[in-house]
Ligand binder design. Structure first.
Ligand SMILES: [Zn+2]
Length: 162
């Protein structure tokens, strides 16, 4: 038996002011778009902005439903929009923010498991890493080099061809 390790590094910034102008703009837009979320049940509004390689910005917000399981996360709403509008254009960077009507928004949140899998599929499909900026409406900001780092030992299409 041998033990394997998995580790990854990410950048931590004290606030949006420390980011480059491009990254700060993307996070700022993610913060603003949280208002477009449809979250009457959780009151947890998530906003995502994606900067594509062609310079276009695509946005997404979470969309809930009275039939809870069919609700959609902001990340997957954004991915569906990007894939529909610009199917062959890689996503360069995404920013994720949130507005919690029941609490604070002072620390970064990370994509849920389903969205990690969806982001990885998009990276694989277009053979391009997706940088991720995570930040609340205030506080520290994390930057992750590529989405796949959030999903070690992931299941991919490669497994279907064995
Ligand atoms: Zn999700």
């Amino acid at each position: 038996m041998i033990k394997e390790d998995f580790a990854f590094s990410y950048e931590v910034y004290d606030s949006i002011e420390e980011l480059t102008a491009e990254d700060a703009s993307l996070l700022s837009e993610a913060r603003k778009v949280t208002k477009n979320a449809y979250a009457p049940y959780s009151h947890f509004r998530v906003g995502v902005t994606a900067l594509l390689e062609n310079g276009e910005i695509v946005k997404g917000t979470n969309q809930e439903n009275a039939s809870f399981p069919i609700g959609l996360c902001a990340e997957r709403v954004m991915l569906a929009a990007a894939a529909s509008m610009f199917p062959d254009v890689p996503i360069k960077t995404i920013a994720i923010s949130y507005d919690n009507e029941n609490g604070e928004s002072t620390h970064p949140i990370s994509p849920c498991g389903i969205c990690r899998q969806s982001l990885l599929e998009y990276e694989t499909k277009l053979k391009h890493p997706i940088r991720i900026i995570l930040g609340g409406l205030q506080g520290k900001v994390y930057i992750i080099e590529r989405a796949g780092m959030l999903l070690p030992l992931s299941f991919t299409a490669n497994e279907l061809n064995t």
